[in-house]
Design a protein around this ligand. Structure first.
Ligand code: ADP
Ligand code: C5P
Ligand code: MG
Length: 228
């Protein structure tokens, strides 16, 4: 498992600590993204390519009424809209590299600001420490919880090659690059949240329902209905 090296250091904080999940170290912005009645509940959804983030997010949306913001989908929409940054984003995705953080964060910010919801699943983000810091600086908030779908590389590779959504980056050469970028840049982010007690590690091997059985209780504990 990819998280093994991290487990050795601080397995304890992988345990559920719901009561700590609401802490924020950075003050909320006075104007902008979070100027609405309710304090946002932000979940970052991490995991390698093909670990099942999008699949599980759809189920969380259904059960708990979250708004799903996939950073990859937002970037692909930006390409499709022929924006000035489209060509650069496409080239970056084809290479399996990370799009400049400020651009991605501002796109996420736009989606958050135009949503009436206060519960957000931000999927495939932050992909790097640079992404993480840019979010803190631009949005002025930290996640309440962070999910990490832990999946072996050979399983991720198999799933991505079978995805069949016509993605330019779902080919063997780009997947190898994405897996390297994931280990080098995303795992440090996983470690960061692990050390702060915000990480919920999910074993991403098994059927979709078996995996969701680990995810469901994390959200059920928050009893969101009472917060509406
Ligand atoms: P990610 O968003 O992490 O890249 P996806 O949710 O798109 O991953 O899943 C990648 C592919 O694997 C999709 O074709 C999806 O249907 C499939 N998939 C998702 N979860 C599982 C699972 N538990 N077992 C087998 N295949 C899965
Ligand atoms: O998450 P997803 O697999 O859809 O991401 C596809 C690609 O989008 C990534 O490999 C990367 O090139 C780009 N991306 C990014 N920054 C993010 C999320 C995705 O550059 N935070
Ligand atoms: Mg996805």
């Amino acid at each position: 498992m990819i998280c093994e090296a991290i487990d050795v250091v601080t397995t304890d904080v992988c345990k559920f600590k719901f009561w700590e999940a609401f802490s924020t170290e950075i003050p909320r912005k006075e104007k902008g993204t979070f100027q609405r009645d309710k304090t946002p509940f932000i979940t970052f959804v991490l995991g390698g390519p093909g670990s099942g983030k999008g699949t599980q997010c759809m189920k969380i949306v259904e059960n708990f009424g979250f708004t799903h913001l996939s950073a990859g989908d937002i970037l692909r929409r930006e390409i499709a809209s022929n924006s000035a940054d489209g060509t650069m984003i496409l080239d970056t995705i084809k290479e399996g590299k990370i799009v400049p953080s400020e651009l991605t964060v501002k796109l996420i910010q736009k989606e958050m600001e135009s949503s009436d919801n206060y519960k957000f699943l931000i999927d495939g983000f932050p992909r790097s420490e640079d992404n993480r810091i840019a979010f803190e600086q631009i949005i002025g908030a930290e996640p309440d919880i962070v999910l990490f779908f832990d999946c072996p590389e050979d399983e991720m590779m198999k799933r991505v090659l079978n995805r069949n959504q016509g993605r330019v980056d779902d080919n063997i050469d780009t997947i190898k690059k994405r897996l390297k970028v994931f280990s080098a840049l995303n795992l440090p982010v996983v470690k960061y949240y692990l050390e702060r007690g915000k990480l919920y590690k999910i074993n991403a091997v098994g059927t979709v329902d078996e995996i969701y059985k680990q995810v469901y209780p994390l959200f059920a504990q928050f009893n969101f209905e009472q917060q509406v």
